[in-house]
Write a protein that binds this ligand. Sequence first.
Ligand SMILES: NC(=O)NCCC[C@H](N)C(=O)O
Length: 410
Amino acid sequence: MHTGIHNTSEIGRLQKVMLHRPGAELENLMPEYLERLLFDDIPYLKEAQREHDAFADCLRSQGVEVVYLTDLVLQSITDDAVRQELMFQFLTEANIQEPRLRESLERYLGDMDDRQLVETMMAGVRKSSLNSAGGAKLGDYLSAVETDYPFAIDPLPNLYFTRDPFATIGIGVSLHKMHTTTRNRETLFGKFIFEHHPTYRNAPKWYDRGERSSLEGGDILVLSPQVLAVGISQRTQEDSIDQLAETILAKSKTFKKVLAFNIPKTRSFMHLDTVFTMVDRDKFTVHPNILSSITVFVMELGKDGAMTITQEDGRLEDILKEHLELDNVTLIPCGQGSEIDAAREQWSDGSNTLAIAPGEVVVYSRNHVTNRSLEDAGVKIHVIPSAELSRGRGGPRCMSMPLVREDVTN
Ligand SMILES: NC(=O)NCCC[C@H](N)C(=O)O
């Protein structure tokens, strides 16, 4: 079946990837609301875009086709009914309850062409722009809707972390219910892509955004065509993993095991991929601080179709060796084992590498200590600028969603 998606590993040569170039949503960040919107600082947009373009150019120079989220959403608006439905659901999920405000927003957005509409949905809507857009009737009700809050609709500043709202696994997709309200609104774009985009609408869904428990893409690592790793983290709950594992193991026809990694539930370790990524067939980057606290559960379907779960007690290297059937596994510690360098570089995603081929990864320039360890371990690195992008707490893996990778050969 052609689904537009083929992703059977973390490291197979990357052929097609989805990014989101940060846009006006970053200029709608205000210090008061940073925590709720999951930022620790405000990136300088122009510089963040320059860095992001360097990331995209780096990928293109390695033969990767780069597609952008905005374009995929636009290509999914196949007729006017889809556009209306997108706008309707967007306003509902932005929690616009006040009928006159909703009417005014419908008029404001309704006058835009498709691209403006999608970009505005992403950027958020300031009350001031509604007023200046000829909303003369607004004055009589804006006083009723929290006058001191400057947004009619909040921005979606985390969109450039395309790894999280949905994840490609095998030939299908896991569309997520996110842990936070702000990120949950992002998944609407994925819903429309996987319902309407001519290339992607047939992709099987292994998880859906209507589920009750949260699951985020940064916790999902496709270790091999048979083995999936999922983090039990601040963002991903056990119930979601039960459900994803049951569906994948029963329906994908290829995956045989899910390894659930229980990691500490903290902001800096928010997803599994902030502490652990695969860089080669037998090499992984890891934040040394998790090694003592991580536990791994192996989930498999028995002959009767019922799930079995066993807890692994050994060292991470040995667990990976066993389940990936490898002779050797090398863990490359973030910060070369120094407590200080490890903490500093992990905070800015030193362990969050994006593999573009076995043994070849994209990394942030600022994590020079970890980057040296990668090179010492024989990994080829492609270094991208990182001063502004890293302020959002995500690295090259977080900023990319592979759509097509070549299978890994031995
Ligand atoms: N996979 C990832 O770790 N993504 C990074 C997400 C950063 C974003 N500010 C967030 O807190 O969700």
